[in-house]
Write a new protein. Structure first.
Length: 365
């Protein structure tokens, strides 16, 4: 029997658990429809807001690559492998009025595919909280299947928005609750990884009524300084500000955040993001308990929407399930969640076998 790779997540049925995350691959209706044609189970739109958005004068995203001998740079060089993406792109620079007919058109063309609207506003006043509701009403009336609340954009100056908001548990609860008040569709809260105990913010989101938690957004970071020019590799007039790191470099860090989350709330739905480019990476998140996973950087580098990435994710899942005799994703979801334990629970060698220092590990040789 062919394994069933569909996923039911927050009550929504996905043809497969692989989604494009909120980012350039989902910045337009043409991209999103190409993504559905390529086979993605769902997409999260680029974040939609009400404030006018103007991006920096210059590139918004670059890719950091490593040579075999460990030279990291954003400059194009032969024989390199991808280390990470770095971006300081803001949310969508298209207005809500632009997005509403696009959402309608996508849902008319692909009624059975899941379209999640990512939305973002502030939290400092009743007016800002009303913005969340205005965005939510418009997107759900246009046909969106769920919301993802962007509580995690890492490069906002405003203290009541993005990752600043996402670090404030009370505001996370309030914003989630305010959207829930008007939502007829599931609400996912996308949290920031730049916090110590992410399960605390997740708890706040659940108290506000969140149906699922999404993690991770990009990690705060700055580009490297070129030792020749002494300029940041990405800058405008010599200046840079904190941006977001994505791609392979953040996979283990994002997994650590996810392990904290799924252990704290084993019965709640989680969508995992960060550094996924192949099936093995996606499987890590699912073994920790995620019901869906999302991809950005790898898709950006594969014809903008990742046709080859999704093909290999689906094939990898089918082969994995066939080989192990799994019938549904629930047969293995969360299988390794409880293997992440406190350090003191890890076995130590018997006294006589114990050798301090690193000699035994052979780094020097
Ligand atoms: C250029 C760029 C723009 C992004 N824009 C958004 C956004 O508008 N909203 C959002 O929630 N996340 C945004 N993200 C974060 C991604 O959705 C994702 O969480 C992050 O890149 C980690 O996934 P990855 O390692 O697969 O890239 C953006 C990422 C990149 C690289």
């Amino acid at each position: 029997m062919t394994p069933d790779i569909s996923a039911t997540f927050t009550g929504l049925k996905f043809t497969n658990p692989f989604l494009l995350s909120s980012a350039p691959p989902t910045e337009s209706d043409s991209n999103i429809m190409r993504a559905f044609e390529a086979g993605w189970g769902g997409v999260v739109t680029k974040t939609i807001g009400l404030h006018p958005v103007t991006n920096v004068a210059g590139p918004k995203t670059k890719f950091l690559r490593s040579t075999l001998d460990g030279q990291l740079s954003m400059q194009k060089r032969p024989d390199t492998v991808l280390h990470s993406s770095w971006n300081w792109e803001l949310i969508s620079d298209k207005t809500l009025d632009w997005w509403v007919p696009k959402i309608e058109g996508i849902k008319q063309a692909f009624p059975d595919r899941m379209l999640i609207a990512s939305i973002m506003a502030g939290s400092g006043s009743d007016k800002e909280l009303a913005h969340w509701q205005e965005l939510a009403r418009a997107c759900q009336d246009a046909g969106a299947d769920a919301f993802e609340l962007n509580l995690s954009c890492p490069h906002m100056d405003r203290k009541d928005m993005g990752s600043h908001l996402g670090k404030d548990q009370q505001q996370v609860s309030i914003v989630t609750h305010v959207v829930k008040e008007v939502a007829r569709i599931p609400v996912w809260s996308k949290l920031t990884p730049s916090t110590t105990e992410i399960a605390e913010e997740a708890g706040a989101a659940f108290r506000g009524g969140a149906d699922a938690i999404v993690s991770s957004n990009t990690f705060p970071s700055v580009p490297l300084i070129d030792p020749e020019t002494l300029d940041f590799e990405m800058n405008v007039d010599g200046l840079v500000s904190s941006g977001g790191l994505g791609g392979p470099a953040i996979l283990p860090q994002s997994l650590a955040k996810m392990a904290q989350l799924t252990q704290a709330f084993p019965d709640k739905p989680f969508s995992g993001i960060g550094g996924i480019s192949n099936f093995g990476h996606a499987l890590n998140y699912m073994l920790l308990g995620c019901g869906t996973v999302q991809v950005c950087t790898a898709a950006m580098l594969d014809r903008a929407i990742g046709p080859n990435v999704i093909k290999h994710l689906i094939e990898g899942m089918q082969q994995f399930m066939e080989k192990r005799g799994y019938q549904s994703l629930e047969d293995f979801r969360g299988l390794r969640r409880d293997n992440v334990v406190a350090h003191s629970k890890i076995r130590r060698p018997d006294g006589k076998d114990y050798r301090g220092g690193y000699d035994a590990e052979g780094y020097a040789s």
